[in-house]
Design a protein. Structure first.
Length: 401
């Protein structure tokens, strides 16, 4: 049975270019829309519901007042690129040249899209770990590349060495990595990164690493950048963003750090995609990076998130939602298989509409394995009262089941 809306949609398809026909609405937009529609507590899309730091908001207001309101240089403001270089010196112990190796983009999302367009030729293969961040596969397809998927297996998200090796070949162009990993909360170990690096060297591939959750680590887990492994600085593009670290997902200030030839390739497309990222927010993020260490910001940030994590874990546990403890990020996956739902999408819709707590069904982050159907993702970047409201609704549901 086709509704009028389905028919109208079908009629519009021929007007779309073939490359976009297979793309659906992002699961983040869909679930936030459903959460609003049902007045549910929104633990789906990953964004903080608490304010950004006051000193950081003041820096943005000051930048606007100081008339930093025209285009920034396409590669990013000089002050921000210097601040990124100083930060990378501390966190990675690597020197990057702000003029030739650092580019500011509209969030990590733009950096991911640009670098894939800049490096992948039609027919090239891109190794992607699933569950994957939602833009990696479409960005690869737009470039004409073919995703080669390697599954991180639940519940411990382990990487099968034989499966990893089998994904690499002469056709591989690059490997797309995300650590700490959304949605599983996995932090790749040095041993796993070494295995990936060894394959990149063996097949002379490039690597892109998305490290937007670098400061969100729990239980003493350590974040290791792939670029710090032997032989990898020359072949790795490291992507990061202010979104998560400074609770400003709406500012869309991200960056890519890469050797000069890869940076040159990235900038050739970046200039035609957005030209530059928001000028006043670049100044504010520069100030954030400059001042964060002396303000003790990163430690407080991590400690505050550790408290939020424990709250959500205990709520999910009490409601019988079998949380899997994350090593990093601000997400918890839970095993919904014993609950009798048909799949994760049915579960997430039910929880949003009937229980009043929205989560993300992760099956759209998988293309090979069907493990996602047994899982749900919950975001804990939320105020205590938001987590408390979610906890109450989950407990009530659990009592009445
Ligand atoms: N990569 C990952 C793994 C993410 O979870 C997100 C979502 N915030 C992004 C990239 C996008 O980051 P940005 O907001 O900087 O575009
Ligand atoms: N990264 C966020 C998440 O995983 C969402 C980003 C977006 O909505 N594009 O939920």
């Amino acid at each position: 049975m086709h509704t009028a809306a389905d028919k109208a949609q079908a009629a519009r398809i021929p007007r779309m270019a073939e490359r976009v026909r297979g793309f659906n609405e992002s699961v983040f937009s869909e679930m936030t829309r459903l959460a609003i529609q049902h007045n549910a507590v929104n633990l789906s899309q990953g964004f903080p519901d608490f304010p950004a730091p006051e000193w950081l908001k003041e820096a943005a207001r000051e930048a606007i007042a100081a008339n930093i309101n025209q285009y920034a240089p396409s590669q990013g403001s000089a002050r921000l690129r210097r601040a990124i270089a100083a930060k990378m010196r501390t966190t990675m112990g690597i020197e990057w040249d702000p003029d030739t190796e650092i580019t500011v983009t509209n969030g990590a999302t733009e950096a991911i899209y640009d670098i894939i367009q800049a490096l992948v030729n039609p027919g090239d293969e891109v190794v992607i770990f699933e569950p994957f961040y939602d833009s990696y596969v479409p960005a690869t397809q737009v470039a004409g590349g073919t995703p080669r998927i390697v599954t991180l297996h639940a519940p411990d998200w382990h990487l099968d060495r034989a499966e990893l090796e089998a994904a690499f070949s002469e056709r591989t162009r690059l490997v797309m990595l995300n650590t700490p990993h959304n949605p599983t909360g996995k932090v790749f170990t040095r041993e796993e990164l070494s295995a990936i690096a060894e394959l990149c060297l063996r097949f002379d591939n490039l690597a892109v690493t998305d490290e937007v959750y670098e400061h969100l680590l729990f239980d003493g887990n350590e974040h290791i950048s792939l670029a710090t492994l032997p032989g990898m600085r020359e072949r790795t593009v490291t992507i990061n963003s202010a979104s998560k670290t400074f609770s400003v997902t709406g500012w869309k200030v991200g960056y890519a750090v890469a050797p000069p030839d890869l940076t040159d390739a990235l900038r050739r497309i970046h200039q035609f995609v957005t030209f530059c990222s928001c000028a006043p927010f670049q100044e504010a993020v520069a100030q954030a990076l400059e001042q964060a260490p002396e303000r003790g910001y990163y430690n407080t940030f991590r400690e505050d998130y550790a408290v939020r994590l424990e709250t959500l874990l205990s709520e999910l546990h009490s409601a019988g939602l079998k949380p899997i403890r994350p090593q990093g990020t601000f997400f918890v996956m839970s095993d919904i298989s014993p609950l009798g739902f048909e799949n994760d999408v049915q579960f997430a819709r039910y929880m949003t509409a009937e229980v009043g707590v929205a989560c993300i069904p992760p099956s759209s982050f998988y293309s090979v394995s069907d493990e996602g159907k047994r899982l749900a993702r919950w975001c804990f970047a939320k105020k205590p009262e938001t987590l408390a409201a979610a906890g109450e609704r989950l407990a009530r549901w659990h009592r009445n089941r």
